[in-house]
Design a protein around this ligand. Structure first.
Ligand code: INI
Length: 157
């Protein structure tokens, strides 16, 4: 019989850091609201949640890694919005944000969850930040809860 380890969606007792970019703030503030609401609905105590604000998505990985290294958090949630229409260096910002957050996670063995929108247009970003495309902040928070739970199970195993 195999042993199955699977995280649950119970957030109480877990501590979370959220790193959120200020660039495209009209989008990222909705992602942050969605993430905080999801954590709370799943039982997190918002006193156990720390939010670090950074200028833009480029700066998210270093702040996420620093949070993860403290050992004070069971998961780190990264929230940002990179929109192609607004930047000629879209590809560089996206690639730095994606590879940097992954590296932060692997180097620290703390789940660093990717809730950074990468879209062609502002409308697409709006859709994914609390409109008909859901809210990527909520999805990221749910993934963080599940991973925090799973990592604890692996630790105990
Ligand atoms: N940062 C974003 O989060 N989204 C963007 O769309 C964006 N654009 O358009 O350039 C952006 N740029 C800022 C970047 O993340 C850094 O903050 C900046 O380059 C300073 O290092």
């Amino acid at each position: 019989m195999p042993t199955h380890l699977e995280g649950n969606l119970t957030a109480d007792g877990h501590r979370f850091a959220i790193v959120v970019g200020r660039f495209n703030e009209h989008i990222t503030e909705n992602l942050l609201d969605g993430a905080l609401d999801t954590l709370e609905r799943h039982g997190a105590d918002l006193d156990d949640v720390t939010v670090a604000h950074v200028p833009g998505s480029w700066e998210i990985p270093v702040a996420a890694q620093k949070c993860a290294r403290t050992g004070d958090f069971d998961a780190v949630i990264c929230l940002g919005a990179v929109i192609r229409g607004e930047t000629p260096h879209f590809d560089y910002v996206c690639s730095g944000a994606t590879s940097g957050t992954m590296q932060a996670s692997l180097d620290t063995e703390v789940p660093v969850v990717f809730g950074i929108l990468t879209t062609d247009t502002v409308d697409q970003a709006v859709e994914r930040a609390g409109s008909k495309g859901g809210n990527k902040g909520r999805e990221a928070a749910a993934a963080a809860i599940e991973m925090a739970s799973l990592m604890a199970q692996i630790d105990r195993f």
